[in-house]
Every structure is written in structure tokens, then in C-alpha cells.
Ligand binder design. Structure first.
Ligand code: NAP
Length: 546
């Protein structure tokens, strides 16, 4: 069995950063990646139209000023291929590949209490032992697909947006295509596939809020400007509520005149993309304030849809703006003005079954060659529950979290010493620019390991009391927002039977950062730091048998 200092699971943005940083501290690090390439979600989500909805300059690593200066983003919102090129460039630039094992799916991680080490097993039986176990598996990586009657009888092709075929180009030419799901993935691919296919039917269950991406090429002058002041831009992101590089408006949407509000929303609509939700500070705190934004967006959406009956169906209602993840689109609603694009409202006329030729709803039968499931993920916990992660006393993470995730500071779990979950439940995670959250959590872990080394500590473990306090704080912050007013993958509603617990931390990137820093400054309060593994300490204290 090979021994390493740290084993990292997943070779996406988080896994590569963990490898680079911990290796830089002199640790022997190994990354296990289940698939045959680097990039995590950006490797798998190769559907047409996939792009990031955080600006490229912010959705990138900040740890290397040289990397920041040498990489040239071509668009304000990078496409999936460009992001994948960036990831591979980083892997080469920092010589990361030599410590990454591809096609190595971790199936079990078991904590050896005597040795204070994790025993890691891969699907093919290979094993490793590591002091630190770092889960970088993403929050949106375990896919979820419907299970309609007759689904397996469909003779055409079925593709999930997040398991997009990588070694072939799907030919949509002349094809009748279905997209089921109108979250970010469905909305991004709709206008692109609409242009390629003979006919496209979009199956919508819940109309989603969306703001325009306002994407554009990055000019040389813009690139120079950003690079000349990159540190300031990063500082703004680190000290912002969401890790995006612009400030939230401290005003209430309700304290300004309707005319003033209209001006602010109009400007945000054309520039801010996802950041529209920050146009006023109380959009996610107050239903009345939220409604001013929602009403503006509904008007904007309605204005680009030609057919009145479609306007009625596509305009989002029934939930507050941004209480579920809104999209940032590039021509989604306009695509429905095309003659070859049809909307199937499955709230009104649900899907009854799949047939060999297509899909039957209560309204009619649709014939298809290709059906795309853009139906999302088992968010936050899906990928953490796939392998068997077994901590102290033989308890599995799945058992530990049977009623929902419990963490100290969103990074660590009692009974699972020396394990770090990056951008997991209880941290800003999907409510933040995830790059900012990834980097700050990994830097926090690196500092903790450094301190452990200096003090001869071999085991860190979250204290149950601190964990309870953190979960109470996460819930308290969530209750102050509108997030709890609707079903979403933030609160486990996306998977039947999943505990209904609000998972991400709504206290913002800046607030979260303060908690991480205070914890470190107070000698890692809320964590037990042990020089001898707890099991061995307990054993040596136990009365000896006569
Ligand atoms: P999603 O937001 O969870 O959307 C899934 C869609 O599928 C929803 O419209 C959902 O309807 C529908 N759906 C789920 N199960 C269904 C079923 N059985 N029958 C019919 N419809 C069903 O998933 P996603 O679009 O893949 O996006 C997930 C997240 O990934 C995004 O929120 C975002 O965080 C991230 N993402 C980011 C980008 C980007 O950076 N640009 C791009 C893509 C994705 P209901 O709403 O009624 O449940």
C-alpha cells in the first residue's frame, strides 16, 4: 500500500488547487480522479452552449500572479472549452499531472483510528494510506435523471447534459430533439440546439428566472486594465457577499422611487448578469423588495417573446427571484420565437410515458430522435455519499448525515478526523463564486496543516458542540432570507426522500472568511488538535488487564 501525506479526491478546480498548495508545503500528495480527464464538471458538461456565468477574470485561480498575467481570456463569460483549456494549462504550468491518477474511482475511505490515517480504496482494488483526506468532488457532479414509464423503450438517443459524450460531436442536423429541464443547463443549450436541429421541444416544469449574460469578447484594452489592477479586483471579490468582483448596493429597493429603481435595474440588466440579485441589498431578504426585481425581470422576459400564449407560460411565477438558482442566458427566451421551437408545459400537461418513438404527455405525443435530460444533480451530498466514507467507530458519512449535513464551518465533520470537504454543505459553496470559496478553504487547510506540523499534532477533528453551533448559525442566517420560501436544490427538494435541510451558508463570502480567520486566530477553536490519535490516547488511559 502506497503511503502519502494527503489524498485528494477529484481533479477539478478544487482538486488541482489542493494538490498545488499542499505539495508546495512539502507534502506528498496524490489526486484520484474517477474519469479519464481533468476538469471535473467542466470536463463532463460539454453540452452545446455551456459556459460559465461568473466573469472569466473572477472565475480563475488567484494564487499565482504570473498565471493571472499570462492567461488571456477571450470572452467575458468563458465557454466550457476555454475553461477546460485553462485547467489543462494550469496542470501543465505547475506540473500537476505527475501526481494525478486518472481512471481511479475512490470507492471507500476508512479512518484508521490507531494510526490516525485514512485508508483509501479504488474501484480496481488499489489502496493508499494518507494522513489527510481532502474531498474535492464538487456539489453538482452526481447527476439525476427522470424515470418515466417506458423510458427504456425509447429507440432514439438519450443524453444527460452533465454526461455529455466527449469523443463525438452530436449531429443535430435534421433531428427532432427534446430538452427536459429548464435550469441553467437547459437554458444555455436551448438557443444553440434550436439553431442546429430540425425541431426542438423544451419540456418545462418550472419557468426559471434568468438575466442576460451580456457576454462579449474581451478587448486588449480591457485585458490590460484588469491585469494592471488584478489584486484590487481579487480583494473586492474576497470582501464581497458572493465572491463576485463588484459591490452590493447597500440601499433597500424600497427606499428609492420607482423611477430610480427602474434605472438601477436597467443598468444591472445590461451589465451584471448573475449579480443582478445584488442590485439592492434586500432583494433576497424582503419579499416586497424581491417583487420589484421579479416584476422588472418578468416584464423584460415578456418583452422578447412574440407569442402571447408562450409569454404566459415562460414568464416565471410562483417563487421569489433568486430563491432558486436563476440562470444567466444568451437568447433563451428569444429561441421560442423560432418556428422550429416548441414549449411543452409539463405542469399543465405532464409527461405520461416514453414510447419507442418519443414522449407522450397528457396533451399529445411528440416524436424525437434525441432526448436530452437537463434535469440537474443530486446536489451537495450526492457525490459525498457515492463512496463509503467511514469514520471513527465505523460510522459512515451517510449515517452521520442521515438527517442532513452537519459540519464545523462547512469544512469538517466530527468522527471524521483529518478529512476536509471543499465547498461542501455549511459553506457559501453554490451561493458564491466557487473559485473564491475553493481557494480560501484550501488555504485554510494548508495553514492548519502547517500549524499541526509545527506543534507535532497528528489529528484534527471538529468538536460536536462547535458543529451544532455552526449548523444553528447556518440555519439562523438562512431564516433571515427568502431562500426557505421555495423548493430548490439548496434545501434538498430536488431529490425525493432527501432530508429537507438548507445546505449552503448564506452569510456571504466576507462573513464566512471572517469565521475561518477567527477560528485560525483562536488556535483552531471548535477543533480538537491531538498529538496522539484519540484512539491511542484512550487506549493508553484504559486500565490494564491483570
Ligand atoms: P437544475 O438547475 O437543477 O435544473 C434542472 C431542471 O430539470 C429544472 O428545470 C427541473 O425542474 C427539471 N427537472 C428535474 N427533474 C425533472 C423531471 N423528472 N421531469 C421534468 N423536469 C425535471 O440543473 P442544471 O440546469 O443542470 O443546473 C444545475 C446548476 O449547475 C445550476 O443551478 C448552476 O449552479 C450550475 N450550472 C452553472 C452553469 C454556469 O456556470 N453557467 C451552467 C449550467 C449549470 P424543476 O425546477 O421543476 O425542479
Amino acid at each position: 500500500m502506497q503511503e502519502v501525506d494527503a489524498i485528494v479526491i477529484g481533479a477539478g478546480f478544487a482538486g488541482l488547487r489542493a494538490l498545488h498548495t499542499l505539495r508546495g508545503q512539502g507534502k506528498k500528495v496524490l489526486v484520484l480522479e474517477a474519469s479519464d480527464g481533468l476538469g471535473g464538471v467542466w470536463y463532463h458538461n460539454q453540452y452545446p452552449g455551456a459556459r460559465c456565468d461568473v466573469e472569466s477574470y473572477d472565475y480563475s485561480y488567484s494564487f499565482s500572479p504570473e498565471l493571472e498575467q499570462e492567461w488571456r481570456w477571450s470572452e467575458r463569460y468563458a465557454t466550457q472549452p476555454e475553461i477546460l483549456r485553462y485547467i489543462n494549462h494550469v496542470a501543465d504550468r505547475f506540473d500537476l499531472r505527475k501526481d494525478i491518477l486518472l481512471n481511479a474511482r475512490m470507492t471507500e475511505a476508512r479512518y484508521d483510528e490507531q494510526a490516525a490515517r485514512w485508508m483509501i480504496t479504488a474501484a480496481d482494488g488499489r489502496q493508499w494510506s494518507a494522513r489527510y483526506f481532502v474531498m474535492c468532488v464538487g456539489q453538482l457532479s452526481t447527476t439525476k435523471a427522470p424515470d418515466y414509464p417506458g423510458q427504456s423503450s425509447f429507440k432514439g438517443r438519450v443524453i444527460h447534459s452533465a454526461v455529455w459524450p466527449r469523443k463525438e460531436t452530436i449531429d443535430f442536423n435534421g433531428k427532432r430533439v427534446a430538452i427536459i429541464g429548464t435550469g441553467s443547463s437547459g437554458m444555455q443549450m436551448t438557443p444553440v440546439i434550436a439553431r442546429l436541429a430540425a425541431h426542438l421541444t423544451v419540456f418545462q416544469r418550472t419557468p426559471n428566472f434568468s438575466v442576460p449574460a451580456s457576454n462579449a469578447p474581451v478587448s486588449d484594452e480591457e485585458d490590460r486594465q484588469v491585469k494592471a489592477h488584478y489584486r484590487e479586483r481579487r480583494e473586492r471579490a474576497w470582501n464581497s457577499p458572493t465572491g463576485l468582483g463588484f459591490a452590493v448596493n447597500r440601499q433597500s429597493a424600497l427606499e428609492v422611487s420607482p423611477e430610480e429603481r427602474e434605472k438601477v435595474y436597467e443598468a444591472a440588466w445590461h451589465r451584471l448578469g448573475f449579480g443582478f440579485a445584488l442590485a439592492y441589498h434586500d432583494i433576497l431578504l424582503n419579499a416586497e423588495a424581491n417583487e420589484t426585481a421579479a416584476e422588472f425581470i418578468r416584464r423584460k422576459i415578456a418583452s422578447v417573446i412574440d407569442r402571447p400564449e408562450l409569454r404566459q407560460k415562460l414568464v416565471p411565477r410562483g417563487h421569489h427571484f433568486a430563491a432558486r438558482r436563476p440562470s444567466v442566458d444568451s437568447g433563451y427566451f428569444q429561441a421560442f420565437n423560432r418556428d422550429n421551437v416548441e414549449l411543452a408545459d409539463i405542469k399543465e400537461s405532464p409527461i405520461v410515458e416514453f414510447t419507442p418513438e418519443g414522449i407522450r404527455t397528457t396533451a399529445k405525443h411528440h416524436a424525437f430522435d434525441i432526448v436530452i435530460f437537463a434535469t440537474g444533480f443530486d446536489a451537495f451530498t450526492g457525490s459525498l455519499f457515492k463512496p463509503a466514507i467511514v469514520g471513527r467507530g465505523g460510522i459512515s458519512l451517510r449515517e452521520k448525515w442521515a438527517d442532513g449535513p452537519v459540519t464545523q464551518l462547512g469544512v469538517s465533520v466530527s468522527d471524521f478526523p483529518n478529512m476536509l470537504i471543499v465547498v461542501g454543505p455549511g459553506s457559501p459553496s453554490l451561493l458564491s463564486n466557487v473559485m473564491v470559496s475553493i481557494e480560501e478553504q484550501i488555504d485554510w487547510l494548508a495553514a492548519l496543516i502547517k500549524k499541526m506540523d509545527e506543534q507535532g499534532v497528528v489529528e484534527f477533528e471538529a468538536e460536536p458542540e462547535a458543529e451544532r453551533a455552526w449548523v444553528a448559525h447556518v440555519n439562523e442566517r438562512a431564516r433571515q432570507t427568502l431562500y426557505l420560501t421555495t423548493d430548490s436544490y439548496y434545501n434538498g427538494a430536488e431529490v425525493k426522500g432527501k432530508p429537507r435541510v438548507f445546505m449552503p451558508y448564506t452569510g456571504g463570502v466576507r462573513g464566512y472568511r471572517r469565521h475561518l480567520s477567527e477560528c485560525a486566530e483562536q488556535g483552531y477553536s471548535g477543533f480538537a488538535l491531538r498529538k496522539t490519535p484519540a484512539a491511542r490516547a484512550a487506549q493508553s488511559e484504559a486500565p490494564q488487564a491483570a
